[in-house]
Design a protein around this ligand. Structure first.
Ligand code: HEM
Length: 205
């Protein structure tokens, strides 16, 4: 049965999810400032990376879930989820720039070029920027729906790059369980979305 929400309920849900998405960050801050971590820098770099990946999964799952359940209001949560992907991705990048390179951009750039798993993570992050910048209703109007949609298809490149980054990093440590899991989830979600797209395409005469 399709669950419908009133505008007020949706507002509450959005507010609750907004706060919920800040919990991982709050936890990282509390554990760091109270000195409960053995390796705080590593914990923060990895924690922000993990949450970028988890929230990317949530964002990609919204369209399939909406189609399967008929809960159309889910689409109203997509922008916030996507902006949180960018937010945690930015924190992840900044922690790398700060803790690994003390804001030395030239040194960071050398590292990006030298280590393939970082090259790929960097590419995924750079591709997230236009999506975040054009996420507002105003930008969508200015660009026009078609161009906006075409641009937002970059997500089909971002998702594999993000998994490859994770995979490559863990491969060095022979820990491929989680990367394989995420590769399967992302492949499933992207295929579901693509299937819907082709099903909607007009038939050629
Ligand atoms: C969409 C963008 C990105 C995603 C989804 C992502 C995700 C992740 C994940 C899941 C991890 C592993 C955390 C763990 O061990 O549990 C990680 C680690 C890491 N990422 Fe990213 N990342 C992204 C972008 C970047 C960028 C832009 C950089 C730097 C330019 C970067 C540098 C690193 C580093 C240095 C590590 C830690 C490696 C280690 O501790 O050995 N990532 N990332």
């Amino acid at each position: 049965m399709a669950v419908q929400l009133t505008a007020r309920q949706l507002g509450w849900l959005k507010g609750a999810l907004f706060l919920l998405a800040l919990v991982p960050l709050a936890r990282m801050v509390v554990l760091t400032v109270t000195g409960q971590l053995v390796e705080p820098l590593e914990f923060i770099t990895r924690g922000t990376g993990d949450w970028t990946l988890y929230l990317l999964t949530v964002t990609l799952a919204i369209t399939p879930l909406r189609r399967l359940t008929g809960w159309n209001w889910l689409v109203k949560l997509r922008r916030m989820a996507g902006l949180y992907v960018f937010f945690y991705g930015l924190l992840h990048f900044l922690t790398f720039l700060w803790f690994d390179h003390f804001f030395d951009l030239q040194e960071m750039w050398q590292d990006v070029l030298k280590r393939p798993f970082i090259t790929v993570g960097f590419a995924a992050f750079v591709l997230l920027i236009p999506l975040a910048v054009t996420s507002s209703n105003g930008m969508m109007r200015r660009m026009g729906g078609k161009a906006w949609q075409r641009l937002h298809q970059i997500i089909y490149a971002i998702a594999p790059l993000a998994v490859l980054h994770f995979w490559w990093m863990k491969a060095g440590k022979h820990l491929l369980g989680q990367p394989i899991l995420f590769a399967c989830i992302f492949a499933g979600l992207l295929l579901f979305r693509l299937k819907g797209k082709f099903a909607k395409a007009p038939k050629l005469a």
